[in-house]
Design a protein around this ligand. Structure first.
Ligand SMILES: Nc1ccccc1C(=O)C[C@H](N)C(=O)O
Ligand SMILES: [Zn+2]
Ligand SMILES: [Zn+2]
Length: 208
């Protein structure tokens, strides 16, 4: 059996977050000295920190919340493709990729180089890709980027189109060292009942 590889960003107090969003903070709130028995930590964070999933409620008030998402989506076979130096991610960029039988598609762009800082710009997903992916049976789209839309977008066309075609979004993966190919993925959201998104621990292992 191949080993599981962690493709999640580490959650440290200096992790880059969306400009203006809640910084990540972990601290011991009740120390062993104080409690007499244990250290007890406290986490403050945005639901869109590091490696995370978006629930449709993030961009649609009527959309599904994290607890409503089908956990089957987040565990199972996944295909990693490498699209270095692309300006955007559309049908053309994926034309060489065989999507037969691909339910979970993970795209490595390498375009978020300095992980200490939030990127200035990213190659966005073209909204037209949603229909194409769905026709090919894709249900989960993961990327090594903090969004599927341009960072200054208010309309979020790719988020909406992906949702319309039943494709779920996994953002902020670390794929720098991952060769394209067939893997198994596990990236489960937390059972957050009200939430618009959730951090995940994303891991993959090579199939075969
Ligand atoms: N945290 C934010 C704060 C303000 C505005 C957008 C965001 C986002 O997170 C958008 C991004 N497309 C995301 O889904 O993670
Ligand atoms: Zn998000
Ligand atoms: Zn998003």
């Amino acid at each position: 059996m191949n080993k599981w590889i962690d493709i999640s960003q580490q959650l440290t107090n200096d992790i880059a977050v969306w400009p203006g969003d809640t910084p990540f903070n972990y601290k011991i709130n009740w120390s062993k000295e104080e409690s007499g028995s244990v250290n007890v930590g406290e986490i403050t964070m945005s639901t869109h920190t590091g490696t995370h999933i978006d629930a449709p409620y993030h961009f649609d008030n009527e959309g599904k919340k994290v607890i409503d998402l089908d956990i089957q989506l987040y565990i199972g076979p996944a295909c990693v493709v490498h699209l270095p130096n692309v300006k955007s991610i559309g049908i053309k960029e994926l034309s060489e990729v065989n999507l037969d039988g691909v339910t979970r598609l993970l795209i490595r762009t390498d375009s978020w180089q300095n992980r200490k800082e939030f990127p200035q710009s990213i190659p966005p997903v073209e909204p037209e890709l949603a229909a194409y992916l769905s026709e090919n049976g894709v249900r989960l789209l993961g990327l090594d980027l903090p969004s599927v839309d341009p960072l200054d977008s208010k309309e979020l066309p790719a988020h909406h189109e992906l949702n319309r075609f039943g494709i779920h979004i996994l953002e902020g993966l670390l794929l720098d060292e991952i060769e394209p190919g067939d893997y198994e993925l596990a990236a489960l959201p937390l059972p957050l009942v009200e939430a618009d998104g959730s951090p995940v621990r994303a891991v993959i292992r090579k199939l075969g």
